[in-house]
Design a protein around this ligand. Structure first.
Ligand SMILES: Cc1ncc(COP(=O)(O)O)c(C=O)c1O
Length: 431
């Protein structure tokens, strides 16, 4: 199966996977209330009642007045960047997620990652490793006046290990943005998990209602992009929400062209209902305590077995430092990809590489070489409300066994790749 899939785990049928930790996106189990909501779908082309429920929910939770539904997060990114970016513009972020980076770059922009130095150190302990480096942001805005249409912050920082951003840091970023008259947008995919970490870890926030923390965070933003496939607890859906009237009209016109009428945005009415209900459910504190607690326990079991994981454990996934896991494999042999292949072969487990394959690219000055990112991570993402703790204990056992037998991992070379987002379809052969 691996050979047929070109040693790319995206090419394996889900029926042939035992524990699927490829992503936490769109893989949540919906609740009884959400399934009931699907039955109340109003499939009118315009002005369906589910849209108004969805819009009211987003306004209430995030406090952002204009709500544009999309069928998933990357369309919100596409709409935003194709509307506001001029070629050569710069977009700073703590760390761009792959679709965010791709949407900046295809629109001629430069995607800059300005996370604090601890965020690049897999073993550095910091409660908010997703924080933006405020000094670097200040310098970036000063040096590129007029060329930064917006600043983004990803909550939690998926590509950097699912690490949270503190409320204090969002305030700091807001102040830098305001001084430089640049809008601030949040990538809100995991807004509830981020707020839970603020409550658990930030001085002065303990015991505050999560919904109140979310309102505080989003009161500092001019807008957000959202994939409801994460903290919307839905299988499909997303939105762009913002304050600026002037941008809204352009965005809606583009939406009509690529997604559909502004009261359904590429979704069925029933899907809008499921998202509206999911956004409320995700703020339930017993749910969040279990959710974040389950992922933490899974990560701690791996760490206790000596597996090098990114610490502290993030909100939706455990990330393994693949260069430390397989020190004998050079980064250009993609140790992260080698580990995902070994996890499938040994345990029927599907994980995803977030490293040299996802973010590396051929060096334009020397096409035989690759420019590789600082980190090679393997992400074990935990779907919401799907697996039991025993399932995750099994994954920890298999991973620990591979760690004791490093010769089970073989380096890979790319034999086929697409020009953008190559990790989805690249084909490999073992070295
Ligand atoms: C931080 C972040 N931003 C954006 C996206 C894109 O969302 P979607 O997959 O719904 O297009 C994802 C998806 O994984 C993500 O994790």
């Amino acid at each position: 199966m691996l050979r047929r899939a070109g040693y790319n785990i995206f090419g394996i049928a889900s029926e042939d996977v035992y524990i699927d930790l490829l992503t936490d996106s769109g893989t949540s189990a919906m609740s009884d209330a959400q399934w009931a909501g699907l039955m109340r779908g109003d499939e009118s082309y315009a002005g369906g009642r589910n849209f108004f429920h969805f819009e009211e929910t987003v306004r209430k939770i995030f406090g952002l007045p204009h709500v544009i539904p999309t069928h998933q997060g990357r369309v919100a990114e596409n709409l935003l960047f194709s509307t506001v970016l001029e070629p050569g513009d710069i977009v700073p972020n703590n760390t761009h997620f792959d679709t965010t980076r791709a949407n900046v770059e295809v629109n001629g922009g430069v995607a800059l990652d300005l996370v604090i130095p601890e965020g690049r150190e897999p073993r550095a302990r910091h409660p908010f490793k997703g924080n933006m480096d405020l000094g670097k942001l200040e310098r970036c805005l000063a040096e590129n006046r007029g060329r930064v249409p917006l600043v983004m912050l990803t909550l939690t920082n998926n590509s950097g290990g699912g690490q949270p951003v503190s409320l204090e840091n969002v305030r700091g970023v807001r102040e830098v943005c305001s001084r430089n008259s640049v809008p601030l947008f949040l990538d809100a995919c995991r807004f509830a998990e981020n707020a839970w970490f603020i409550r658990e870890r930030e001085p002065g926030q303990a015991g505050r209602p999560v919904a109140e923390i979310v309102r505080d965070v989003f009161s500092l933003a001019d807008g957000c992009t959202m994939s409801a496939k994460k903290d919307g607890l839905a299988n499909i859906g997303g939105f762009l929400a913002l304050r600026d009237e002037a941008w809204v009209e352009k965005l809606k016109n583009k939406l009509i062209l690529i997604e559909g009428f502004p009261t359904y945005g590429g979704l069925a009415g029933r899907d809008l209902e499921a998202v509206a209900l999911g956004l409320r459910e995700v703020l339930q504190e017993d749910y969040l305590a279990f959710r974040v607690g389950q992922v933490t326990a899974f990560g701690e079991a791996l760490a206790a077995a000596g597996v090098p994981v990114v610490e502290p454990i993030g909100g939706h996934a455990v990330y393994i430092d693949a260069r430390a896991f397989a020190p004998r494999l050079p980064p250009e042999h993609y140790p992260g990809q080698a580990l995902t292949v070994a996890l499938y072969r040994e345990g029927g487990i599907r994980a995803v590489e977030i490293g040299g394959v996802m973010f590396g690219k051929p060096d334009p000055k020397d096409p035989g070489r690759e420019i590789l990112p600082d980190l090679d991570l393997v992400r074990l993402a935990v779907p919401r409300r799907v697996y039991s703790n025993d399932h995750l204990a099994y994954v920890a056992d298999v991973t620990a066994r591979l760690h004791r037998e490093p010769e089970a991992l073989r380096g890979l070379r790319i034999v086929h790749q697409a020009p953008v987002l190559r990790h989805f379809t690249a084909r490999f052969e073992p070295i």
